[in-house]
Design a protein around this ligand. Structure first.
Ligand code: ACM
Length: 512
């Protein structure tokens, strides 16, 4: 065959393949971004990502290499092999990731510019670069097939978060989840620009973190869970691995040791922590409010000092959560004395205190943060005492609340939280007198009394977490349920691609 005919044949074949697949999208403003970016403008053409696309990384910006690798792994699935290359200057084509300070965008902000030949992701810091990459990934089709060229609509996105603290909490005490499950949850959160993962590491039913100076905490306290299963715990090496995995995805781990209540697992492990000197039995039920550390024994504070010291040493993030909720069997004055002392221990090890809203009844030290979950009076008191607030209202943001009366998992003591209810609230308008300047951010907790495995975590977390991510990121005046539900509908396929077993709410017109 004549070479010209071969070329002509190949070209028409390529055209046919191209025209049989989805039409090339060229309007960036039509992309279903979650969280919704602050500004998106379209320029009406498309960038082609293929095998020869190179990811260029600003030379010397070590933290960006991991982000580039995560990006390469995602698009590499579609186009096989993607090269990552450090460069001194911006290239003329390919994908370029760089840090560039910008007062206008602020912390965690980024500008993503997609031209026909070059995609530039400029973050004001490494986190901003990571979020720019996450936004870019949402411009790609949910179902990337191996070897296929991908087209990305051109334009510019300028974006930054409303709140600096955008979190999810996982209770690993009531049921224990292995570190592989925790990493999968972290992956899912990272895709939606969540930057805090709070681990509720101890409670009545289980102690889940190795403390070398108090080994029975995990030997005894970690050996069971709700319903009497075998429980489990993270070694300090496991925990460090989780911390690093999260850090590579711009997520900070907040460890919580809940006290003085919610401590039966510790009280079962060490007799001396009890006022009567007698070790408690394991507890595998789901009641609350019956346990308390002995607030007037010195050994209690030696114990806490060791726990905080060991955990602070392996926690690079700034926070240490001291719990403080539902200490119903601790006398008020004892509670206040205890919380005052424990805050000082946390401060001594260089961490900032977070506690559930009850800790507002103590004298709050500088930089303390209270996590509003139930009591507005406590929360206002905390703000009067100078604290910042994390908004986790149980009636809107608790991921263990059932979607409706037919949900087979979870509880409903605070509310049924359908996907619209979970989305339709503004942290700055929820509690009278508490406004945006008092609020550090939001967090959606998943308590695990009824949650026993990763599939169940996914079902309760998705799709509501995408809405919490948007509440934390996007200005309230740019959010509305009608627009959100149409964007969310397009994320069903993304959840499926990530093998997330999500709740297919009837309120959302999911795309098939
Ligand atoms: C809580 O739900 N006890 C903070």
């Amino acid at each position: 065959m004549n070479i010209k005919i071969v070329c002509l044949f190949m070209a028409s074949l390529a055209f046919l393949i191209q025209s049989c697949s989805e039409p090339v999208k060229t309007d960036l403003t039509q992309t279903a971004f979650i969280p919704k970016p602050v500004s998106v403008t379209a320029t009406g053409t498309a960038f082609e990502v293929n095998n020869s696309t190179i990811i260029y990384v600003q030379n010397g910006a070590e933290e960006l290499m991991k982000t580039a690798e995560i990006l390469a792994a995602k698009i590499g699935k579609a186009t096989e092999k993607i090269t990552i290359q450090p460069v001194q200057e911006a290239p003329s084509k390919g994908i370029y990731i760089a840090v560039e300070a910008s007062d206008e965008l602020g912390a965690e902000g980024y500008e993503l510019t997609i031209d026909k030949k070059l995609i530039t992701i400029k973050g004001t810091d490494p986190a901003g670069c990571f979020y720019g990459v996450q936004t870019f990934l949402q411009t790609l089709p949910a179902n990337l097939a191996s070897g296929e060229a991908i087209y990305v609509p051109t334009g510019t996105i300028r974006d930054y978060p409303v709140y600096a603290y955008r979190g999810m909490m996982l209770d690993v005490s009531r049921h224990f989840f292995p570190k592989e499950d925790v990493k999968k949850v972290i992956d899912m959160l990272a895709a939606y620009k969540i930057n805090i993962f709070h681990l509720h590491l101890s409670d009545d039913q289980g102690w889940r973190i190795e403390i070398k100076s108090w080994p029975k905490l995990t030997e005894i306290g970690g050996s069971t869970q709700v319903g009497g299963g075998e429980g489990g715990y993270y070694t300090q090496e496991d925990y460090k691995e989780i911390v690093q995995y999260a850090m590579d995805r711009s997520i900070t781990i907040v460890p919580e040791i809940d006290m003085p209540g919610h401590t039966n697992a510790a009280l079962a492990s060490y007799a001396e922590l009890n006022c009567d000197g007698k070790a408690r039995d394991h507890y595998t039920g789901t009641e609350v409010g019956f346990s308390s550390l002995c607030t007037d024994k010195e050994i209690t504070y030696e114990f806490i000092d060791d726990v905080v010291r060991e955990l602070a040493e392996i926690t690079p993030g700034p926070y240490f959560h001291i719990g403080g909720d539902e200490s119903l069997s601790t006398k008020h004055d004892d509670y206040v004395y205890f919380v005052n002392r424990v805050q000082k221990i946390v401060e001594q090890y260089g961490k900032k205190v977070i506690g559930w809203d009850e800790i507002a009844n103590a004298e709050l030290i500088d930089n303390a943060t209270i996590q509003f979950w139930a009591n507005e009076k406590n929360t206002k008191l905390g703000v009067e005492k100078g604290a910042q607030v994390i908004m986790s209202p149980a009636r809107y943001a608790y991921l263990d609340m059932q979607y409706d009366s037919t949900t087979h998992l979870g509880l409903h003591w605070a509310a049924y939280i359908e996907v619209d209810r979970g989305y339709n609230w503004d942290p700055a308008k929820l509690v009278e007198g508490i406004t945006q300047e008092n609020i550090k951010g939001i967090e959606a907790p998943l308590w695990a009394e009824t949650i026993t495995n990763l599939d169940e975590i996914e079902y309760m977390v998705f799709p509501r977490i995408s809405g919490y991510a948007e509440i934390g990121w996007t200005p309230a005046e740019q959010r509305d349920w009608e627009s959100y539900k149409l964007r969310l509908a397009k994320h069903g396929k993304r959840f499926e691609k990530m093998e997330i077993d999500y709740y297919k709410s009837k309120l959302v017109p999911w795309e098939e």
